[in-house]
Ligand binder design. Sequence first.
Ligand SMILES: Cc1cc2nc3c(=O)[nH]c(=O)nc-3n(C[C@H](O)[C@H](O)[C@H](O)COP(=O)(O)OP(=O)(O)OC[C@H]3O[C@@H](n4cnc5c(N)ncnc54)[C@H](O)[C@@H]3O)c2cc1C
Length: 417
Amino acid sequence: MAKARDASITIIGGGAIGCAVAYFLAKAGHRDIQVLEASELCAQTSSQAAGLVGQVRLSPERTRLAMNSVAFFSKLEELTGVSPDWLQCGSLRISLTPERTSEHLAMADVAKDCGLKVRFLEPSELKEMLPTIEIAKVHSALWCPTDGYLQPNSLVNAYVAGARSLGVTFATNTVVTAISTVQNRVASVSTELGDFSTSMVINAAGPWASAVAQMVGLQLPIVPVRHEYFISEQAQGWHRYLPVLRIPDLRIYARAEGSAVLCGGWEASAKSLDPRSINATMPLSVEPDFDVLAGFHENIASIIEGLDDIGVQSVFKGYPAFSPDGKFIVGPVRTIEGFVMAAGCNAHGVSGSAGLAEHVLESIGPNPSPYVRSLSPQRYLESSWDYPNARRLAQSAYENYYALGASAQGGSSGVKS
Ligand SMILES: Cc1cc2nc3c(=O)[nH]c(=O)nc-3n(C[C@H](O)[C@H](O)[C@H](O)COP(=O)(O)OP(=O)(O)OC[C@H]3O[C@@H](n4cnc5c(N)ncnc54)[C@H](O)[C@@H]3O)c2cc1C
């Protein structure tokens, strides 16, 4: 690993976002880039992700972003020499009610407008694809053959390999403790090893992004909200090519992990951290909440046969960062030249990493699109908000991840995966 150094561009955070941004910037011709990571690469939130990549969404922007991600993941090995272990096994959105089916019909319309192939399955087709499903409970099933999942560590390794080949350096075990500005311009970053000059800082610090923003005196509502899933013992009939399942009426998602079941969900009562309580050196550890996990288990066992008595092998957990409006927080800050945000992933930061990195690239270019401008941190820097309310909204974005009837622009349904 390299050491921290003077660099034109310093990216803080070596998770999926920081590494994707490093790769996309370098690929676009930016030079003299370093990534500074407090622990190891892909060791925090990104390492915990389920790796689901879902393109079927209510908003056309998110649908297109996810479609771009899928196209990109399919060629990443060719580009970097490292496979992200992307498996295009397809996905099923299972509806248990007519209301949910209406929502899925709307999603299918958005998909069609965006050129994404999806279709509703006949019951016999569903049973053939997923023999253990209790078909009598299913109202409809929307199939997207090009969805799938990847392994987050492999994805980050691919970004890192690609970025390194273009000259990016990565310094691990390097905590940025301060950022200095001169005449409202980013000038240097401080670490244990000393100060290093830099003219651009990109804040890709995940759930610590609010603390990093505070280093330059900015308050941004980037709220860590707890999320977890379990991996079961081996389950009969489960294999890696089974489609990814989303069963929003039961608030759960699932996929096979080898021949085990990976199952997570969006519990009705979210737990968040106050961003003001987090500092740059603070580990964010999460204890498994077995009551919540038992709820996910009960829900999946209520619709998939053979899982009643299955044991849990491991639990993955962390604090993905949510924003109050459910949208990414991406782009330069007007009042501090050279300070750029790449955060607020709303539990979408692995599958959306490539798209978000492209947004960052576009945001620092001459002519960002209206959509990319709508992600600007200025929306929070130029309006009044307070932390308790920001937390409530971020928790609500989490709790309503699979809720019916939320608006398609931002908000809870804007982030549906
Ligand atoms: C259980 C779970 C399941 C999930 N499933 C999915 C999924 O299926 N699909 C999906 O797309 N997303 C999923 N997510 C969300 C996804 O993991 C996050 O959106 C994504 O990892 C965010 O990436 P990041 O790089 O912003 O954050 P991180 O991976 O947390 O990276 C931020 C990095 O910044 C570093 N850092 C912080 N402060 C400093 C500092 N001062 N100096 C130096 N370094 C610093 C940290 O050490 C950390 O490594 C899931 C999350 C969880 C917890």
